[in-house]
Ligand binder design. Sequence first.
Ligand code: PRX
Length: 626
Amino acid sequence: MIKSLSEFEQATAQAKENPDGFWSKVASEFEWKSPWKKTLDYDFSKPEVKWFVGGKLNITESCLDRHLVTQPNKTAILFEPNDPTEAAQHITYKELHKRVCQTANMLKANDAKKGDRICIYMPMVPELAIAVLACARIGAIHSVVFAGFSATALAARINDASCSMLLTADGGFRGAKTIALKKIADEALASCSTVNCCLVLQRTQQEVQWNPIDKWWHEEIEKVGSDCPATEMDSEDPLFVLYTSGSTGKPKGMVHTCGGYMVYTAYTFKNVFQCQPNDVYWCTADIGWITGHSYIVYGPLANGATTVMFEGVPSYPAFDRFWEVCAKHKITHFYTAPTAIRALEKHPTSLVEKHDLSSLKVLGSVGEPINAEAWHWYDEHVGRHNCPIVDTWWQTETGGILISSLAGVTPQKPTFATLPMPGVQAVLLNNEGDEIEGEGEGILAIKHPWPSIARTIWGDHERYKNVYFSAYPGYYFPGDGALRDAEGNFRITGRVDDVVIVSGHNLGTAPIENAINEHPEVVESAVVGFPHDIKGNALCAYVIVRDMGVDSSTIEKEIREEVAKTIGPIAKPDQILVVSGLPKTRSGKIMRRILRKLAAGEHDQLGDISTLLNPEIVEEIKRQNS
Ligand code: PRX
């Protein structure tokens, strides 16, 4: 573990001078079935990246088996249910190992094999983490789909990866609501021909419809033993696929591989959070997102940490739930999203103050830029000026944290993610693709691969190349803008493409537009983001309808329903404006920059609109907006 600024500087210098030697040393701290022959092979022009080439491993041996010897009775997963009156569960490493092995045997007994894709659509219960690890145990590729996604979105993901199995639950608890997961899964499976087995966990005990491919989890698990040797995987075999939105309608299945992902998530978890053996670490994300994969499951377990899984929401039964859980479990590390902080900041501080948060040592932020107000509120009311805040910048594609301070070790700076991790060569580019030296603002890019970079997009390597490696040849292009201060600290300024981060969720505007266009009355639509107090960004949809005389409130309602049905409730636009046209260039391209300004109410900052095909439409939208 890096313990001082000078050690950090040393590690950064070593990783830059000799990346192979640096990562080789880090990787040797894990369990390998046989060693790698070459540390790194890469060519960004193809693009191709391979780490620990020829190495053989199973990630679960580093996450589970090795702790059986050293700390079998330590809590691995601490589960806090949605309902605060239901007992928390402390699952030890020994027990977790046993349950993962047993679940792995259940998958095998139902014909799952190495290389198969298994879709997981489950609530935040321990069995979700166990299912993920069970897939890894047998070399099946997990594809977790966030349980807030709709049937259409779930089906699209299952079909894209041709999953042969679905793991789901009867339902899930979320605050005061119960989500009918099995019902949504049934609807999805109606259009998924590759799935031949659906294992259903009982969580809510609600009634479900039963189909020929369905099997109860609790019955199947009874039939198998708990001895399951770990399948040998190549370092570059896929570990999982996880979908993220892009600027076309189709979600991108980012493929992460076994060796590099293990090494990098574990290394960054250890150094960013600085967890000590008796600490209790809580990341509030859902395992349906990359944050949950890397920093609830794999990173913490590879380090033998105690990781909390929380089934509920910050507002249930009251807006002090996070703080109540922190006090109850003596949480030392608390990692959440700025949108949650902003939502909680709106409530009286007495809700925080009434709980004993003295156990907290480190706070973290992820998913979107953290604004100054939220940063200071977090620091003052939650951290009581006593906890370093790590603002961690990364992506589904990067697998692990690329830019962040190391808690209490490297300097923090409010609203800045600060310095790149050792081995991450972050640069700023101008529009011509030239590197900007020193202080400045530009496009963020990464020059050299790090071990957990996604290797491809499932089934579409060409798209992977186009999206991430073509705009600025020789660099990985993440799609974010950034500025850098004189000390080299990075501040992420936001997306530079058609992705909007709403409440920390990465939403492509294209799939939302496609959903809106499904409405029979809609001719064309354009969705943009605009600043929002709590969500960071909200969505505004400009919609052209066939008959301008129609009742717009009905259309708005139907559009929201359509979006919820096709993507999920998280993608519902806050604002829908029925307009007679959209500002377009003479070549017919929608001028989103102008729509963004209009949605933000920045009517006097539109720049030159005289070159538009239809400048009069801008005046019309302005009138509607005011
Ligand atoms: O725009 C950046 C923003 O979230 C995007 C990645 O979203 P996703 O793949 O869903 O992963 C989120 C969790 C890692 C980035 O391109 N983002 C993430 N973390 C930060 C951030 N923006 C600013 N500061 C951050 N700390």
